[in-house]
Write a protein that binds this ligand. Structure first.
Ligand code: IMP
Length: 189
């Protein structure tokens, strides 16, 4: 694929930079929108697609549009908070989750990211990615956001917040979703 201009339907400019790194030759700017639709779909895919289609209506005709939704799924919470992650834990999601898991078995966890891209002609592509791991016993590290200070990826001893943003850029659930998305875009249509 050649040079491609895209708008990300998200308020998070960090995500746009992260995706730009993962999608070489794409220029990705966040789409300024006052009223994003509420993220109350039943799945990450519903929410990601909702954001992308909302963005489609606002973006220029020659621009691609990207919607992303993500969350964390914890074994002891039967896969929760999952699609409701952004609304769980208030200003201290890591502290909230540690409290929920206090004295409980089942610290296995995974991050999930869903990306939906809509082309200028309205064609849709998707990519899903996960990062498997477990919830540690205490918050450690300063980088990343949300649950990163307590999320320890499989095969590692450090939390994502300790491994840092550079590690995250290439190894996160979003990185894995972007790889799957690139593969989908390269498939002959
Ligand atoms: P979104 O921005 O609507 O996709 O919300 C995702 C929510 O899931 C965030 O508010 C976090 O609670 C959690 N989450 C998703 N990705 C990450 C991550 O990379 N690190 C930490 N928390 C994450």
């Amino acid at each position: 694929m050649g040079e491609l201009k895209a708008r990300l339907a998200s308020r998070n400019p960090g995500k746009a930079r992260e995706l730009e790194h993962l999608l070489p030759s794409w220029t990705i700017e966040p789409l300024a929108a006052e009223d994003y639709p509420p993220e109350n779909g039943a799945t990450y895919y519903d929410n990601a697609r909702g954001k992308a289609l909302f963005g489609r209506a606002l973006a220029r005709e020659d621009e691609w549009v990207i919607g992303e939704d993500s969350g964390i799924e914890v074994e002891a919470l039967d896969g929760g908070p999952g699609v409701r992650s952004a609304r769980s834990g208030g200003t201290d999601p890591a502290g909230w989750l540690l409290g929920e898991l206090s004295g409980v078995e089942g610290r296995g966890a995974r991050y999930v990211s869903e990306l939906v891209v809509v082309s200028p002609s309205g064609e849709e592509f998707r990519g899903t990615g996960t990062l498997e791991g477990r919830i540690g016993g205490e918050a450690r590290g300063t980088e990343g956001f949300g649950f990163d200070p307590i999320f320890i990826p499989k095969g590692r001893d450090q939390t994502v917040a300790e491994l840092g943003n550079e590690w995250k850029r290439d190894n996160s659930h979003r990185a894995n979703a972007a790889r799957e998305l690139l593969a989908a875009l390269r498939e002959p249509r």
